[in-house]
Design a protein around this ligand. Structure first.
Ligand code: HEC
Length: 144
């Protein structure tokens, strides 16, 4: 074989050889396929069995204390969490309560009409309120 021909063969063969090498090394780093994972887990994990359990959750007896706005709270705030959950939060200013209520509306879809937000915020500010001061706000302001 003349020298020129063997040089041409080396030049053409080199990408294939290098490519093959890269594929062989690279396949070692490929993520495990889903099928492979399922097979491996089936060997490790015994079959899962489901059983029915009866769990009696505690009933909340906490209600919103009487006052202007209590009815709004009872109608709009306890379908997702208890009144106690609202009452146990850190005391907030009326503005902060307003932000909190609007967060419940925009982030979670609480069905309270916009025109009742102020009255409810004032009520919550009375039953679990604080005066505004230099300390940081208790709400994370997710409404905006
Ligand atoms: C549609 C469901 C839903 C309704 C209705 C709802 N909330 Fe919430 N509320 C949530 C969820 C979910 C969380 C927990 C949010 C979290 O962990 O960040 C929460 C948390 C809170 C918190 C704790 C602080 C916080 O931001 O996590 C307060 C206070 C609160 N709600 C007040 C109210 C008031 C007042 C109302 C009535 C206007 C109300 N919520 C109505 C879903 C709701």
């Amino acid at each position: 074989m003349n020298a020129k021909l063997s040089r041409v063969m080396v030049v053409w063969a080199a990408p294939f050889v290098l490519g093959g090498l890269a594929a062989a090394v690279g396949s070692h780093y490929l993520p495990e396929s889903i099928g492979e994972q399922a097979r491996r887990q089936a060997e490790l994990v015994p079959p899962v069995r489901f059983v029915a359990l009866n769990v009696t959750l505690p009933v909340s007896r906490t209600i919103f204390p009487p006052g202007a706005g209590a009815a709004i709270a009872s109608a709009n705030c306890v379908m997702c969490h208890s009144a106690g959950m609202v009452l146990r939060q850190p005391a907030m200013t009326v503005d902060e309560w307003s932000t909190e209520i609007n967060k419940m509306r925009s982030a979670f879809g609480a069905p309270i009409p916009a025109e009742q937000v102020d009255e409810l915020a004032r009520y919550l500010g009375v039953i679990n309120g604080r005066k505004s001061g230099p300390e940081p706000s208790a709400v994370d302001n997710q409404a905006s």
